[in-house]
Design a protein around this ligand. Structure first.
Ligand code: GRF
Length: 219
């Protein structure tokens, strides 16, 4: 691969995972370059984080497509144009609150990652920390996976586990999980940058020796 891996981030909100990626890039822990950040929310703090880092930050408004039967696909064509214009090689969904369509999924198959705050395949979807507490699970965590047509269903790249405590609220559990999200997302990007992720069916095999890490982070 010539030059550094060009990453594009789609984010709708506060962008703490984006920040973790930026910090890891700036620290030289991730051999990548933030090529563009795109948001469907004009006031997403993620956009400001990108600008502070010196990366292009784009707000793409979904409203003009509202009511069209192909609203989501039409929006994604605009996103795809922007990603291509910035030569993006790997797309990261970092708190992106829109379901992506095959327009993006096909163009970036096995080149688009999502971070999710549960140990998939348990608790896909929304409000998953609340669901984990309601179910009384004793261990939760987070997952980075490649994006496929099924929401939160794609091949799993990396996971980290955290304990669920008896007195946890969705907020305290989310905060504990978020710390691990900020560790594993940059790590997944670096594994990709090193060419070490091989998709075999619905599994991802990580080639080469895994660097020593916390016992609850795999790989
Ligand atoms: C994270 O918990 C992520 O796992 C989920 O949305 C949240 C985004 O947080 N998909 P942030 O915007 O990265 O701070």
């Amino acid at each position: 691969m010539a030059g550094k891996l060009k990453i594009g981030v789609l984010a709708s909100g506060r962008g703490s995972n984006l920040q973790a990626i930026i910090d890891a890039v700036e620290a030289g822990q991730v051999q990548a370059q933030l090529a563009v950040v795109i948001s469907n929310k004009a006031d997403a703090p993620a956009l400001e984080r990108a600008r502070t880092h010196g990366a292009p930050a784009l707000f793409l408004d979904p409203k003009p497509f509202a009511g069209r039967p192909d609203a989501r696909e039409a929006y994604d064509r605009g996103v795809l144009d922007a990603l291509r214009k910035h030569d993006v090689e790997l797309v990261l969904l970092a708190g992106y609150m829109k379901i992506v369509t095959p327009v993006l999924i096909d163009a970036y198959r096995n080149r688009m990652m999502n971070i999710h705050p549960s140990l998939l395949p348990t608790f896909p979807g929304l409000e998953v920390q609340k669901k984990a507490i309601e179910w009384g699970v004793k261990i939760s965590g987070c997952t980075v996976h490649f994006v496929t047509e099924g929401v939160d269903e794609g091949p799993i790249i990396i996971q980290a586990a955290v304990p669920v405590k008896d007195d946890d609220t969705p907020e305290t559990l989310a905060a504990r999980i978020l710390i691990e999200e900020h560790r594993i997302f940059p790590r997944a990007v670096q594994l990709y940058a090193e060419g070490r992720l091989r998709v075999e069916g619905r599994r991802v095999v990580c080639t080469g020796a895994s660097p020593a890490g916390g016992s609850l982070v795999v790989p």
